[in-house]
Design a protein around this ligand. Structure first.
Ligand code: SF4
Length: 453
């Protein structure tokens, strides 16, 4: 017999315990177990007035934002609706059935106000990281570093050249938060002048181009992860430039060392991190093994001798060429940080190997970086078994970026300015660490993720 649902919605009073209605294996239960925000109120206290109307509880707002970043709900308006309707989200946010969910505009005010002034998101990220460390998920044996480009919330069409931006009249655009923030941080030499294209919506975003696609405005999210567990130990937002990504890598390594007294034994990265000054900093200053391919343009493709065919004699500070002669130097470095070793014109003129060595010049010059000793350390490591193993571990950071964009849906930013990008990347990395802890440390059946429809 076909049943018919009774009209049971007239009841006014219900006896309901939210905890009974959240599945035991729900992802948020695992996350809640590892999220302790008791310190947050103390951290934020100096940024609130002692008088006036009580604000919305900052812990509530952070919990709602964590729900949004954990489940890829990118719109704050939609996030508030989801928290209003979803029992598990209410439970996680410590809201009762009749409690009112804050308005979405409250998030905007707090994000750009107190949360940013107090660096609240970094505080939350570090509290979660501290818990990861306490649970033994960060060994410090090996870290991997990488950067990934994320589209900025800036249209290609609303942009001008750097010179136009510097000297043009854009009164309306200059009044926006992202442009004001950018202008305050602009170098005195007017860095914008040199740029090909500057967004009038978010001038701090870089005009960048992915292979095979059209150019767009973007930021880079820089991750430093522990390769044992894939926990993000630091994150930094930069413009999508290699030099800024290198600076971010150094900054993150130093910050983790200062805050948590953890320095990795090895750093794994791709060739973008294999520039000589970066390798030297790792080897000489930090005593970290660089498991990084050396950035080397010395190999020749035209059939003439490459630098690797010249043997360096450290004791006498000279190179020996394939013809058995010596190349000497004055020892003065060039502005690029290289020292030139030169052969003698007379020796080369009578050498039978000259057509294969320097067919168009009277002598052969070999440039040697002032950081060559550190590059040699990286080259030697590249032949070890440990290096081959670390190449595979580097994939973990790429998997985190894929997860960030595909599951957490952070393939385009919603906040503008570098500080907006930093806030978003910090919250996303916090969500990834919490999800990882919940999945690794709570042994049970597969989690139920009640994704919004
Ligand atoms: S050409 Fe000069 S540098 Fe080259 S192999 Fe002969 S002697 Fe050596």
């Amino acid at each position: 017999m076909m049943g018919q649902q009774g009209s049971g919605q007239e009841r006014l009073f219900y006896s309901l315990n939210l905890d009974d209605h959240v599945p035991r294996n729900h992802l948020l239960r695992g996350i809640d177990r590892f999220l302790d925000l008791s310190e947050l109120r103390r951290h934020l206290a100096p940024f609130y007035s002692h008088t006036g109307r009580p604000s919305i509880d900052p812990e509530l707002m952070i919990r709602i934002l964590i729900v949004g970043y954990c489940f890829g709900i990118r719109s704050e308006r939609r996030l508030c609706e989801e928290v209003h309707l979803n029992l598990a989200y209410r439970w996680f946010c410590r809201l009762g059935l009749e409690d009112v969910v804050p308005d979405h505009s409250t998030f905007s005010k707090n994000r750009h106000g107190r949360f940013r002034e107090s660096d609240a998101f970094r505080h939350v990220f570090e509290m979660v990281l501290q818990r990861c460390m306490a649970e033994g998920l960060v060994g410090g044996e090996g870290f991997a570093v990488d950067a990934s480009v994320v589209k900025a919330d800036a249209s290609r069409g609303h942009s001008v050249s750097g010179a136009e931006f510097a000297y043009g009249e854009f009164e309306h655009e200059r009044s926006t938060r992202a442009v004001r923030e950018y202008l305050q941080g602009l170098d005195e030499d007017g860095e914008a002048n040199l740029r090909k294209s500057v967004s009038l919506t978010d001038p701090a975003a870089s005009w960048t181009c992915a292979p095979g696609g059209p150019a767009f405005f973007a930021y880079s999210t820089n991750y430093l992860i522990d390769v044992h567990s894939g926990i993000v130990v630091d994150v930094e937002a930069t413009a999508a430039h290699r030099t800024q990504e290198l600076d971010a890598a150094k900054k993150m390594i130093e910050r983790v060392e200062q805050r948590f007294e953890v320095r990795p034994k090895q750093l794994i990265g791709d060739m973008a991190y294999g520039a000589a000054p970066m390798l030297d900093w790792l080897v000489q200053e930090k005593q970290i093994e660089p498991h990084i391919p050396v950035w080397d343009k010395a190999e020749r493709q035209d059939g003439t001798f490459s630098r690797s065919e010249f043997h360096f004699d450290a004791e006498h500070n000279r190179y020996a060429c394939p013809g058995g002669k010596h190349l000497h130097t004055t020892g003065n470095p060039t502005i690029e940080g290289t020292i030139l070793y030169r052969s003698r014109n007379l020796e080369c003129a009578s050498c039978p190997m000259k057509p294969r060595c320097c067919p168009n010049t009277p002598q052969r010059k070999i440039p040697r970086s002032v950081h060559e000793a550190s590059r040699d350390v990286a080259r030697a490591l590249a032949n070890t078994e440990a290096y081959r193993a670390s190449r595979k571990k580097r994939k973990k950071v790429e998997m985190l970026f894929a997860h960030l964009k595909r599951i957490l849906k952070l393939d385009r930013l919603r906040l503008r300015g570098r500080s907006g990008a930093q806030d978003e990347f910090l919250l996303a990395a916090t969500a990834q660490n919490l999800r990882r802890m919940a999945k690794w440390l709570v042994p049970r059946a597969p989690y139920v993720e009640l994704l919004p429809t």
